[in-house]
Design a protein around this ligand. Structure first.
Ligand code: NIG
Ligand code: FE
Length: 409
């Protein structure tokens, strides 16, 4: 018989289970188990109840001797942590008043990172992803989505996706790869954006499948990247091949969210420019709306209309967008807490957005709550009151993290 391990007691345990994926959430809806325990076996949760009630069933106990609040391991559903170089220059230029387009034209922007990422060896990319993943893990993030998208050619995108796969084996965090070859059109090819996308459909996507490098694809639908019309054939092909679709949508101009909904995207991410029409559309769809406050903080612009999205009935996930350009901070809890303060989100909404709603944005059903059968991904914060978690805006950091039942912090 496999060993049953009891972890606890947690002064407060928030399983975050039994809550809806869509719509507004009041804190009163959260179940708080005082002096809670989690019974686990072989990396999975068997039971969640009071520590005292679970004690007779346990073969062994991992006793916690301090006040802690336990919540599900955090899920960061949108990152670009595979990259070379730095864009500190872009940040300084933006803050001195230069626009995104001016910076891109003067050698900065996404293309600058493409050149630096192409220069990097696959091994160097692996090292970067592992180091950044481990930093996220220390901050309680047990699952991270990681995009390619700085290769912008078939071979360079494959290099990135292979690096992400190798990195996954070298960190305790789970990395969920996404092919973002449709990030921007290549600047070094005479081909039109449409021809580039066709090349991706014909050469890259079959190889991504063959090597099992990703089962998700993403595209940046924006005036400076791909238009809705350009991206449609690519989404059709990817969808027919069985890829899940996610979209960088409505960041500076609208159009992306409508295309996301049309192609049944799992999530539409960014949404800073979304207005009433887009909010209504997302609320009526099955597509998860993912806010990326780290990009708003990095670019110094509006947050996505998180409150309006929730009130309209949309599902709201919150992710870090950790990338060298628009979101260099890479602290999911800090960013989600700050979004909560600006957008008037309850603790329940913030925590849902970085746990089970974020898992839904990655189409993952095996994590995001503390419930029977889920992965034993748990994060403990050194406090006796869960309200302290968002209150400290990221400065209250985990004192313990379990990934698949193994204590990694
Ligand atoms: O999510 N918006 C497009 N892509 C990224 C930015 C990547 C970059 O600037 O390097 C984003 O913000
Ligand atoms: Fe992004």
């Amino acid at each position: 018989m496999p060993t049953k391990t009891l972890i606890g007691p947690f002064t407060q345990l928030l399983p975050m289970s039994g809550l809806p994926v869509r719509g507004a959430l009041k804190d009163a809806a959260i179940t708080v188990i005082d002096q809670g325990g989690i019974l686990i076996s072989e990396g999975q949760i068997l039971k969640v109840a009071t520590f005292k009630n679970l004690l007779p069933e346990a073969d062994e106990v991992q006793r916690i001797d301090q006040e802690v609040v336990g919540i599900p391991g955090l899920v960061d559903a949108h990152t670009h942590i595979c990259f070379g170089g730095s864009r500190a220059r872009d940040y300084a230029l933006r803050n001195s008043g230069k626009t995104y387009l001016e910076i891109a034209k003067s050698g900065g922007g996404i293309w600058d990172t493409v050149l630096k990422t192409r220069e990097a060896t696959e091994a160097a990319l692996v090292q970067g992803v592992v180091a950044r993943s481990n930093k996220h893990l220390k901050l309680g993030v047990t699952t991270l989505e990681v995009k390619s998208g700085y290769g912008i050619s078939v071979e360079e995108e494959l290099k990135m996706l292979r690096a992400i796969k190798t990195a996954h084996a070298q960190t305790a965090a789970d990395l969920i790869p996404t092919c973002l070859a449709a990030h921007i059109p290549p600047k070094d090819q005479p081909n039109s954006p449409g021809q580039y996308l066709q090349e991706l459909s014909e050469k890259l996507l079959p190889q991504v499948k063959a090597e099992k490098l990703a089962n998700r694809i993403d595209a940046f639908v924006e005036e400076s990247a791909f238009s809705p019309k350009e991206i449609e054939p690519y989404f059709k092909t990817a969808s027919a091949m069985g890829f899940d679709i996610t979209v960088h949508a409505d960041q500076f101009s609208t159009g992306g969210s409508a295309i996301a909904v049309k192609y049944n995207a799992i999530s539409a991410d960014h949404l800073e420019a979304s207005a009433t029409k887009e909010i209504e559309l997302l609320a009526k769809s099955a597509t998860i709306a993912t806010a990326l406050p780290g990009a708003s903080l990095g670019l110094g612009c509006e947050f996505a209309p998180a409150r309006k999205l929730l009130d309209a009935g949309a599902a709201l996930a919150i992710a870090s967008d950790h990338n060298p350009g628009s979101a260099p901070m890479g602290n999911l809890l800090a960013q989600a807490s700050i979004l909560g303060a600006f957008e008037k989100l309850s603790n329940a909404e913030v925590l849902a957005g970085i746990t089970f709603r974020a898992a839904a944005a990655l189409n993952l059903k095996d994590r995001g709550t503390l419930a029977k059968g889920k992965k034993a991904d748990i994060v403990a914060f050194p406090t006796g009151n869960y309200q302290e978690i968002t209150y400290h805006q990221g400065q209250l950091q985990p004192c313990a993290v379990w990934k698949n039942g193994i204590k990694v912090l």
